[in-house]
Design a protein around this ligand. Structure first.
Ligand SMILES: Nc1ncnc2c1ncn2[C@@H]1O[C@H](COP(=O)(O)OP(=O)(O)OP(=O)(O)O)[C@@H](O)[C@H]1O
Length: 216
């Protein structure tokens, strides 16, 4: 699903201090090809564009890095040699930034997807404990951590193939032993209605008009 991206705004979260707090932040995580994009796209459609926005924490990394290192952003966004050539360097660069400031890419992504005035943020790719920690430190109980689980067989049917260096990397494994999920949902079948219902229940989203549901 196309999500509005502010490609021009590659500076980090100037608006952050003044931004309104969202009512809910749904932090999705799960192994590759478990269906994070699939479920969050449908959820976003169900809740609506006025009330929700999808935030990809990986979104700003390439834009920021291409600026910093004076590289061709379009080539980095593609699937060719160019991206592969710079992959490791980019990973090192982003890791160094994260070590200094674990909220850097979270704030940049919030800005990039123009999330500030949407009450529900759907973060589709939490990968590290520090991602969840940063949101919880800044937004408290508004945050709900959701783990999507699919069996290895189903993930393979969806195109996953174990790749050393990716599937055994920190980005893929850091949340494997996280034990504070607000919700864990299975996504092994084509029917995701029950899963959607559980997620919507978590944020008490129902068919009442939006302004009534979210009045304090
Ligand atoms: N419940 C489902 N029913 C039908 N197709 C699904 C379902 N869940 C996921 N898929 C399909 O499986 C594939 C992988 O899903 P998706 O891209 O959402 O996974 P992901 O977790 O975001 O993967 P990655 O971590 O690699 O980005 C997609 O083609 C998607 O349409």
């Amino acid at each position: 699903m196309a999500t509005a991206i502010n490609m021009e705004n590659t500076s980090v979260a100037h608006n952050f201090e003044n931004s309104r707090k969202p009512k809910y932040i749904l932090l999705f995580s799960g192994k590759r090809k478990c269906g994070k994009d699939y479920i969050t796209d449908i959820l976003h459609t169900r809740i609506g564009d006025q009330e929700s926005v999808i935030i990809k924490l990986s979104g700003p990394i390439k834009t920021h890095w291409s600026k910093t290192a004076s590289l061709d952003l379009n080539k980095l966004l593609g699937n060719g040699e160019y991206k592969e050539h710079y992959r490791l360097e980019m990973a090192r660069w982003s890791e160094a930034i994260r070590k200094k400031d674990n909220g850097y890419f979270c704030r940049a992504a919030i800005d990039m997807y123009n999330a500030h005035d949407k009450p529900i943020w759907i973060v589709s790719d939490a990968r590290r404990k520090t991602d969840i920690q940063w949101f919880k430190e800044n937004y408290g109980d508004a945050c709900k951590a959701i783990r999507i689980i699919a069996s290895p067989e189903i993930r393979e049917q969806r195109g996953w193939k174990f790749t050393s260096g990716i599937d055994d990397a920190e980005t893929e494994c850091d949340l494997d032993d996280f034990d504070n999920w607000d919700l864990q949902i299975e996504n092994n079948t084509n029917n995701i209605e029950a899963a959607l219902e559980q997620i919507l229940k978590l944020i008490r989203f129902n068919t009442l008009p939006f302004f009534i549901q979210f009045c304090d």
